[in-house]
Design a binder for this molecule. Structure first.
Ligand SMILES: C[S@@+](CC[C@H](N)C(=O)[O-])C[C@H]1O[C@@H](n2cnc3c(N)ncnc32)[C@H](O)[C@@H]1O
Length: 324
């Protein structure tokens, strides 16, 4: 996940024919409110991340610290590791400090070449094998102990973590049988919350979707978050996310946005009775029609989308109204 606004990632990707068919099936008609091109560029082109966007990821202390620590705790010495979506190879590098063999799969040829060079220069070229390939198709030549996959995006939109892990599990069991490897992240928790967001920019009012962190002074919490998905990757999980429920209003205000909360449980350390987590940026989605509320009120919220869908799919499905 790159914590920069989504439009800057709308670079040319390499969607396969199957991707295009699958995505166009899922892309609903554009509503009057979100009228735009019929092709969902966000979903089609957002999944691959060219090398010039990796700096943000490499310098994100929360992301890097959490993954480094989780890898140190969860990758056994001498183990076999597979990384899906290797980018610069940094997580494979961390894994190579402990594993005896790491397979690192990256779809973009330039990224794969860069990762190969970086890993060589960082002294683990003989441990990490970089494969230029599609994580939706690749399987390692031997069983692995740990699978690391950071194709994560707030609310699990855009990037293909969910379809990639679902496909991997099925293909891996068909090829190797037995038990699944340990996944990193191990689990996912998604939540939604009503907020009042300041969308004024130097006198210009523009309710745009945005990414923010918990300290954003422009956001005011109006309801506590409600969890709408929680699962462990090793268990069977649905690729469809959605919720139909009520948010209880805690403070009076104008609900003009929903905030989507994404917590990745990278590693569960049972012996230490703790988890290593990565909280991603909040995704803030403006409402077409703000709702004025008082403490004690409720609002009914409904939405649905598939993991890896573009933001437009969430926007299209979103319904918010005051509870009767
Ligand atoms: C969020 S980045 C993370 C990169 C790296 N793992 C890290 O943590 O710094 C996801 C990477 O997955 C790659 N990617 C996306 N879809 C892929 C696919 N289907 N197969 C292989 N790589 C893919 C992207 O190009 C990008 O480099």
């Amino acid at each position: 996940m790159v914590n920069v606004p989504a439009p800057t990632l709308q670079t040319r990707g390499f969607p396969s024919k199957l991707d295009v068919m699958r995505e166009s099936r899922r892309t609903p008609r554009m509503s009057r409110l979100h009228r735009g091109p019929k092709i969902d560029d966000d979903s089609l082109l957002g999944q691959f991340i060219p090398i010039h966007y990796h700096y943000q990821m490499l310098t994100d202390p929360n992301r890097m610290g959490a993954f480094k620590s989780a890898i140190q705790h969860a990758v056994p010495i001498g183990s076999r590791v597979l990384e899906l979506g290797g980018g610069t190879g940094v997580l494979s590098y961390f894994a190579a400090q402990r594993a005896s063999r790491v397979y690192c799969v990256e779809r973009l040829p330039a990224n794969a070449a860069a990762a190969r060079g970086f890993l060589e220069k960082n002294g683990v070229g003989d441990v990490v094998k970089v494969i230029e390939g599609d994580a939706l198709e690749y399987l390692p030549p031997e069983p692995v102990d740990v699978v690391i996959c950071e194709m994560l995006h707030s609310a699990m939109l855009r990037e293909k973590q969910i379809p990639v892990i679902a496909s991997f599990k099925q293909r891996y069991l068909e090829k190797f049988g037995g038990i699944l490897p340990r996944f990193m992240p191990e689990a996912l928790i998604l939540g939604v919350q009503a907020i009042e967001q300041d969308f004024d920019f130097d006198g210009f009012h523009a309710p745009v979707p945005l990414f923010s962190d918990p300290t954003d002074p422009r956001a005011r919490e109006i309801s506590p978050p409600a969890v709408y998905s929680l699962f462990a990757y090793e268990d069977a999980f649905s690729q469809k996310f959605g919720w139909s429920g009520s948010l209880r209003i805690a403070v009076a205000g104008t609900v003009n946005a929903l905030r989507f909360v994404t917590k990745n449980v990278l590693a569960v350390l049972v012996d230490e009775q703790r988890t290593i987590d990565w909280h991603m940026s909040y995704l803030v989605v403006p409402l077409p029609t703000p709702v004025t509320v008082a403490a004690g009120d409720s609002i009914d919220v409904r939405f649905s989308y598939h993991g890896g869908d573009g933001l437009i799919c969430l926007l299209e499905s979103l319904e918010v109204r005051r509870s009767k």
